[in-house]
Ligand binder design. Structure first.
Ligand code: ADP
Ligand code: MG
Length: 405
């Protein structure tokens, strides 16, 4: 059996017209002789019926008193509606289908409701149904604990369902269908001339996803990378093949001259707060105490610079009030700057190339953008800017590295 996993995101399923495109991709692969497993997200975006955020808003409007366990039960409905809707469409076209929930498809997770981690995938029933010649439609984003409670996998969780299932089934390809033409050099909603990449390595896209590129969930890429399953990110609304995600050796199979780039793309995370704590006299125990306090209060920290005179780091805006409060409680006087954005220039080739940082500073300076903080690793250079400068910073950097070419 040649197995292919297709994952369709929310906007790919929300209208009759979009579902016609889905049907086209399904028929094409069936005609090519593949056995298909289709992973679906909930239909549409916030405000549309049955979208995940709509269900969350519904819970909030009705007392907002659901426990995490019960909230997951509610959220599972979105994908069930979407999977049965697609099944009905396929059956109408004479394509035999079986719908399986995350639990029925064999997703076993821990009990961290709302953000559960996949512990195992046992796709016995998926294989049974494929062997019967049926298309299997699986509700993405969800699983079940060992003792039978429904769980959800967190934002972008359907991507993870798709690659985890692809790995468990040893699929020959996992296609992630979405509303853009693949992985682009930047978010096309912000950088209009962003260009689709033909091929990227697991590491490159993992890095972009971790730094905010929401086109695919980083966990999904990690799972694909571990099991070396090729992934394509492509548009539901076109026939182009989108971006192939593979290991660098796999690049040779793709006819392209662009793999020797040093910058792959630019990503961003908005809504972060910069926190500065001065530690007079270089009392390094206090620096340790700052991070211990953050950890004890489950506040995730990023962009950390430790110097002899203090520490600077960022937290999400939503955590900043609490962060300040707990620092004050241990006798420190933190300063904070909310409404910042972290802009990242990402590329495996950045390491050791002279002049990259100079180019970043030059292009931001020319655009009159203040750099609040910066850091680098061998694959990424980050700069922190004010949120109102973010769009311009992304465009300036994209142009400066000629990513549109
Ligand atoms: P889906 O519902 O199909 O999972 P998402 O909204 O999760 O769709 O992901 C697709 C969106 O990701 C695009 O509409 C685009 O705005 C955004 N995006 C952010 N960065 C990138 C990037 N580098 N390349 C492509 N899309 C990106
Ligand atoms: Mg998504």
């Amino acid at each position: 059996m040649r197995i292919m996993v297709q994952k369709f995101g929310g906007t790919s399923l929300s209208t009759v017209q979009a579902r016609e495109h889905v049907l086209r991709h399904v028929k094409r692969e069936l005609e090519a002789g593949l056995s298909l497993v289709i992973v679906v997200s909930a239909m549409g975006r916030r405000g549309e019926p049955y979208a995940t955020d709509t269900l969350l808003d519904w819970a909030a409007q009705n007392g907002n008193a659901l426990s995490a366990r019960e909230k997951d039960l509610l959220l599972c409905c979105g994908e069930i509606i979407s999977a049965t809707t697609l099944s009905s469409l396929l059956e109408h076209e004479g394509i035999p289908t079986t719908v399986l929930t995350g639990a029925q498809a064999g997703f076993v997770t821990d009990d961290n409701f709302g953000n559960a981690r996949i512990l195992d995938v046992r796709p016995v029933r998926v294989l049974e149904q494929l062997q019967l010649g049926r298309v299997v439609v699986v509700t993405g984003f969800q699983g079940q604990t060992e003792n039978g409670d429904f769980t959800t996998l967190g934002r972008g969780g359907s991507d993870t369902s798709a690659t985890a299932l692809g790995a468990a089934l040893r699929a020959e390809m996992v296609d992630i269908y979405t509303d853009v033409n693949g992985i682009l050099t930047a978010d096309p909603r912000i950088v209009e001339d962003a260009r689709p990449l033909t091929v990227v390595s697991y590491a490159e896209i993992c890095n972009m996803a971790h730094h905010g590129a929401k086109v695919i969930h980083p966990r999904a890429v990690e799972i694909a990378m571990q099991s070396q399953i090729p992934v394509r990110v492509r548009s539901t609304f076109a026939d182009t093949e989108g971006t192939l995600v593979t290991h660098p050796e796999g690049f040779q199979d793709v006819q392209t001259g662009i793999v020797d780039r040093y910058v792959t793309g630019i990503a961003y995370v908005s809504n972060v707060t910069q926190i500065t704590v001065d530690v007079p006299g270089g009392a390094d125990r206090l620096q340790l105490k700052v991070f211990k306090t953050m950890a004890e209060n489950s506040i995730s920290v990023d962009f950390i610079n430790v110097t002899p005179s203090g520490v600077v780091y960022t937290v999400f805006d939503s955590d900043s009030e609490k962060a300040i409060q707990v620092l004050q409680e241990i006798g420190l006087k933190p300063q904070s700057l909310s409404g910042c954005a972290k802009v990242s220039v990402i590329g495996g080739g950045i390491n050791g190339v002279p002049g990259i940082m100079a180019r970043i500073v030059e292009s931001l300076t020319l655009a009159d953008i203040q750099i609040l903080q910066s850091a680098d690793s061998n694959t990424t250079i980050w700069v922190l800017v004010k949120k109102e400068d973010m769009v311009q910073a992304l465009r300036a950097l994209h142009a400066s590295f000629e990513l549109h070419l």
